[in-house]
Design a protein around this ligand. Structure first.
Ligand SMILES: [Zn+2]
Length: 373
């Protein structure tokens, strides 16, 4: 993976290449960034830059033996550790290496939920186990094979239980020429003992302009306006942006507006039908629907207050609906926003979707009232 293949993150790339050129290579680094911002891909590009035989000021060469092996994730001195589940005879990262290589090949922005799906985790949560820590200690005790460094990229050290304390000595006094890059999403969820032994690098979420550019390379026929909406909704997450763009605005819009309409009329059987339809969708799709809902409701609210259509980012059909609503329906917007946020939080916590959506529908139907006069 080269820096040039990674969306945006210009400042971080600049910082990383400069620090390597200056010979500044901290042995243990903790990278922190929101989901979908590309930090795992950046870690791969960074290590490739460190090991590359012919780097330029801005990127690795992409063709030397180290670059070629890292790009196929088969470099013998580059080790990975990531959350996995116990299944049959499998229990540590090495057992899942084939799946890992393929998953990264398909999507170097791999979200955790997608990774769990790839390894058929069903409803189990991933874990970086005691056996995994022992395996890491073993791997890094060996001499490097081909390059001056032995490297471990650990993805999501949040899943390292207290067993992670077995790695402390290694992080504190690493064997000669060992580099650790821990790629995390949530600082609070990492063992404080691990956190305090690493040099922290915060990587920001992606800018909308970078996401728009990314969407237009992935989906060349996507109209600019639609790319802009998807980027706006995704809030810096490359995977979410692609999902939003592929789901097309119409799909989310139609389902959400149907919900508003159904709850406004307030007929139980219709609300139940909507609930059952949405409950059948995947959890990520459900989350996107309510995130889209937040975006739509904010626009509706803004129109209600300002009547200024130039201030909202909506497609023509959406705009028409929002204008109609602004003229005809009133709602306590802070309560409505809370309801949507809470619903998203419950989806994330695996709430029963039928109960969740029916309850949300009943609450919504109490909030929507016609504007009289
Ligand atoms: Zn190279």
């Amino acid at each position: 993976m080269q820096f040039s293949q990674i969306i945006g993150q210009h400042d971080t790339k600049q910082y990383l290449t400069t620090s390597v050129q200056q010979g500044h290579l901290p042995h243990a680094q903790l990278w922190l960034s929101p989901q979908g911002s590309g930090s795992l891909a950046l870690a791969l590009a960074y290590i490739q830059y460190v090991l590359c035989l012919h780097p330029t000021p801005h990127d690795s060469c992409g063709t030397c033996q180290h670059c070629r092996k890292i790009s196929k994730r088969i470099h013998p001195d580059l080790h990975f550790s990531y959350p996995v589940i116990k299944k049959e005879k499998k229990g540590i990262s090495t057992d899942y290496l084939a799946e890992w290589r393929k998953a990264l090949q398909n999507n170097p922005y791999l979200p955790y939920q997608q990774w769990l799906k790839t390894i058929d985790a069903e409803n189990k949560q991933g874990n970086i186990s005691k056996d995994e820590c022992a395996d890491i200690l073993h791997k890094l005790s060996l001499k490097s094979f081909e390059s001056p460094y032995k490297v471990l990229i650990m993805w999501l050290p949040e899943y390292l239980g207290t067993e992670g304390n077995r790695l402390l000595k290694l992080l504190e006094e690493p064997p000669e020429d060992t580099l650790f890059v821990l790629v995390a999403e949530s600082q609070e969820a990492i063992l404080p003992t691990i956190r305090s032994r690493c040099q922290l690098l915060k990587i920001p979420k992606l800018h909308d302009t970078d996401l728009i550019q990314y969407l237009q390379t992935q989906l060349p026929h996507l109209p600019l306006e639609q790319a802009a909406t998807a980027a706006f909704l995704a809030d810096g997450d490359a995977n979410a942006a692609l999902d939003f763009a592929q789901n097309t605005e119409n799909n989310l819009f139609d389902i959400f507006i149907e919900w508003l309409r159904t709850c406004y009329v307030g007929k139980g059987p219709d609300m139940l039908r909507w609930t059952e339809k949405v409950a059948l969708q995947g959890r990520e799709n459900q989350k996107h629907l309510f995130q889209y809902g937040l975006h739509f409701v904010r626009s509706w609210m803004l129109l209600r207050v300002t009547q200024d259509t130039s201030r909202v980012k909506l497609q023509p059909r959406e705009l028409q609906a929002a204008v109609n609503l602004a003229n005809k329906v009133q709602a306590p917007f802070d309560q409505l926003t809370n309801l949507l946020n809470e619903t998203i939080a419950h989806i994330e916590r695996n709430a029963n979707p039928k109960i969740l959506f029916l309850d949300a529908s009943i609450q919504l139907s109490k909030m929507l009232r016609p504007i009289v006069g």
